[in-house]
Design a binder for this molecule. Sequence first.
Ligand code: XIL
Length: 487
Amino acid sequence: MTHPMLESASRAPARTRARLAATALAATTLAAAAVVAAVTTPASAASGLGQLAAAQGRYFGTALANNHLGESAYATVADREFNSVTPENEMKWDATEPSRGSFNYTGGDAIVSHAQGHGQSVRGHTLVWHSQLPSWVSNGGFNAATLTSVMQNHISNVAGHYKGKLYAWDVVNEAFNDDGTRRQSVFQTTIGDSYIATAFQAARAADPTAKLYYNDYNIEGINAKSTAVYNMVKAFKQQGVPIDGVGLQTHLILGQVPSDLQANLQRFADLGVDVALTEVDVRMQTPADSSKLATQSANYAALTKACLNVARCVGITVWGVTDKYSWVPDVFPGYGAPLLFDDSYNAKPAYTGVSGALGGGTSSPSPSASPSSSPSSSPTSSPPPGRSCSATYRKVNEWNTGFQAEVTVTNTGSSSMGGWTVSWAFPNGQKITQLWNGTLSQSGANVTVKNVSYNGTVTPNGSTTFGFTGDWSGANGTPSSVTCAAS
Ligand code: XIL
């Protein structure tokens, strides 16, 4: 299977139908499942496919586009179904450094803030790519030393800006040709093979907690291209180049899920990296019909199961919320309908294919259903009448001696709350090193986090999220009880 259109598509100028999509975030390896303490049901963000995936220790994400978030059906489905997001275009080089040294984080910041408000983790996408690359880089005529420093500067600024806020970064995207040779991008032709390792080193320095991924298409099956990537990752692990994961984009054609997808995921995992399906869509020749939609459902179920069967497959991201805004019809003429929701936000058979594979039911959500509202929980102190909250603790990421977690605070009362205080005791002496979107006090095992000025006000059924990184040793257990007090 080839992707003749991918390159031309990604070089296309900004499209009139802006696209966006994506989510992703993640639970690490085997751990990570959402853990609920003071409440018995998850917070609002953890509903739909995201909740089902979390129960399996994974995430289920979508590409997310800022320019559609104002459409209520779009936002409703995105927030109800997904617990991870990937900015579809907002963190690419042309968006973040359109001219040399001039950085713009408007779009990316909006995605991150939306995700934080809805308990979604974020996969950063992407730092170094031949496409959507401004011409000041591609046609700059730089020599190797200068282009290396241009690239390092880009990475240190962009990854530095989002430091501590992202689950992962696609550090380098699409660096190989289908025959396994290196793509002749400006980075390759000017700097040579070493640019990829240099990019990963710069990303680690800029954001030590983001998982660093190599990401590409047509590497889902075992073939010349995936083997070239495999060999590079193996060499990186031997040389100590910091790489944590491989992203398989998974832009598939109906009926063409590689039969060796799971075996391929496993061989990467066996190198000691995480794997993820990062941009899934399954396109068909339009118009869709019931037979094609049934095949698509089976294809989605198969790729979901392949991921679940590999312990280090941390999650799945679909490349868009709705067929309406998919990039596919513009890029692959005659093809479309590749996602889980149709143009009217109705769940397609593919949705039930995924939910069934994730161990959920096979019923569809109602088209207009909002994210599930949280039930009441027992507050720990006497809040003002009508005010109560709950909190859920979720480990997002874990490495040798460090980890990242997030806590979602949900207003379970009938009136708006003006502030919240969340407390727990760590079971294994964990120590928080950095916390964002909250004010921390930690004394021994006991942690108390209060809201900051901008996130104390939460409306009924609304939620807000804070996150932190911490140190652990020996064990990194989840607190058995997390309490929330509203004021
Ligand atoms: C696509 C977006 O979906 C479009 O909106 C944009 O016009 C072009 O890029 N591989 C990738 C993604 O890594 O970033 C691409 O996204 C799809 C192919």
